[in-house]
Design a protein around this ligand. Structure first.
Ligand SMILES: [Zn+2]
Length: 425
């Protein structure tokens, strides 16, 4: 068994790992990466000879966003993923195609390719052993977002485990990852938080809810920018804990994704009943720009995309409220460099219609994450205890931190591949 890295090697984005075995060729994930002025796709896919199967760990675009591109290159083969991963991907792929067209980012595929993806998808149930050509594979819960999976592939000689993105601890929305494996020859593990600890989630949740109550008590409104998949639903479940003296509004693409999550049975989605009650009974759905404009005029808790304040309805709320210090903007996840969210946190401004605007609202960030932090990543490695250990899906510093820790343990053969690098399992 041989691995070739086409993306997510010493970077976050465009995950795509080729697995060669017994004359066949498979891909683990097919993601894209957002970069300034456009999109980056996995390297060296254009001339790839026949692919016999594609395995998708979860719906985020850095793992599934290049699927239509593969179709465009006529790489046509079964695409294996969970039902929920496909349900969510379908919404995200369509949306990102639309946005890419609007922003002139030139997606390298057409609408027809999106349809072809649907034809090739094969649903996989968690914890079932499947056979395909000369390999066997199993999808296990990865704990990252609804539908996310860790993928095990065996070819009769070697066993490979790929974590995709993973979280060890159970969160509001997803149960913690499955981490019990035997006789693993190679573990390919994500390293997003390889150099960082995350704060205690229960404590952070308490501080978050207390802050909302404080802002409401002083007569302000609360804007909560969320990622459409995962954080939006986490936040709804958190908000169910308290009775607030202001209505909760839910806005943006998260509405469609929450609907998918609620209507697709999945054994690892947590707090389904609470989410259902919040979404269908407790929150007010913003249905139109007019409705939004009206809602903003009085006090409210506005849960809305996008999570890094890079477009979406959140911009309208901030445009209306930026000048008033009694309001608050509570960021709920990682903010990439050069995004409005990061500018807000570090420098207190955002760009509204190209104008730099210094926001007078209270601005705070709460460290909720769908990824394992560095201690949990180490715990996963110790539990799986593979012969070969491969770190990917992390910034160079995060990868380096994990690599140097692992080498000191003297238990595993450690790799931190570059793009294009090949590893014999
Ligand atoms: Zn992800």
């Amino acid at each position: 068994m041989k691995l070739v890295f086409h993306g997510a090697a010493k970077e976050v984005g465009r995950s795509c790992i080729e697995v060669q075995t017994q004359g066949d060729r498979y891909l683990l994930d097919a993601g894209i990466k957002f970069k300034e002025g456009g999109l980056a796709y996995p390297e060296n896919l254009v001339n790839l000879p026949d692919v016999d199967g594609i395995f998708i760990s979860h719906a985020h675009e850095d793992h599934a966003g290049a699927l239509p591109l593969l179709e465009h290159y006529k790489i046509i083969c079964p695409i294996y993923c969970t039902k929920l991963t496909y349900g969510i991907s379908k919404v995200l792929l369509k949306d990102s195609y639309k946005i890419a067209r609007i922003k002139n980012l030139h997606p390298a595929y057409t609408k027809i390719d999106l349809k072809q993806v649907e034809k090739d998808v094969r649903f996989v149930k968690y914890d079932h052993l499947y056979k395909h050509r000369k390999i066997k594979f199993v999808f296990r819960n990865a704990g990252h977002v609804p539908g996310s999976a860790m993928i095990t592939i065996t070819d009769g000689e070697k066993k490979l485990v790929y974590t995709g993105d993973t979280k060890l601890k159970t969160t509001e929305l997803v149960k913690g990852a499955h981490t019990f494996y035997e006789d693993v020859d190679a573990l390919i593990i994500e390293s997003t938080y390889g150099d960082r600890d995350l704060p205690d989630r229960a404590e952070t949740r308490e501080q978050f809810l207390a802050k909302i109550e404080e802002v409401i008590a002083r007569g302000g409104s609360v804007i909560i920018p969320v990622f459409a998949l995962g954080r939006a639903q986490d936040v709804l479940i958190m908000l169910a804990e308290k009775k607030f003296k202001a209505p909760i509004y839910f806005d943006g693409m998260a509405k469609r994704l929450t609907q998918r999550i609620l209507t697709t049975p999945d054994p690892y989605v947590n707090n389904h009943a609470i989410l259902d009650e919040m979404f269908n009974k407790k929150v007010i759905h913003i249905g139109s720009p007019k409705h939004r404009e009206h809602a903003m005029k009085s006090q409210g808790i506005f849960v809305t995309t996008s999570g890094m304040v890079q477009g979406g309805p959140v911009m309208s709320y901030i445009e209306e409220m930026w000048h008033d210090p009694k309001h608050a903007i509570l960021l709920t996840g990682f903010q990439c460099k050069r995004t409005n969210g990061r500018h807000l946190l570090d420098e207190g401004f955002i760009y509204i219609d190209g104008w730099r605007t210094y926001v007078k609202c209270e601005i705070l960030k709460f460290g909720f994450s769908g990824h394992a932090d560095k201690e949990d990543l180490k715990e996963i490695v110790r539990r799986v205890d593979p012969k070969k250990l491969i770190f990917q899906h992390g910034d160079p510093e995060a990868i380096e931190a994990m690599r140097s820790w692992a080498e000191k343990q003297n238990k595993w053969r450690v790799y931190a591949p570059e793009i294009g690098e090949e590893i014999e399992v």
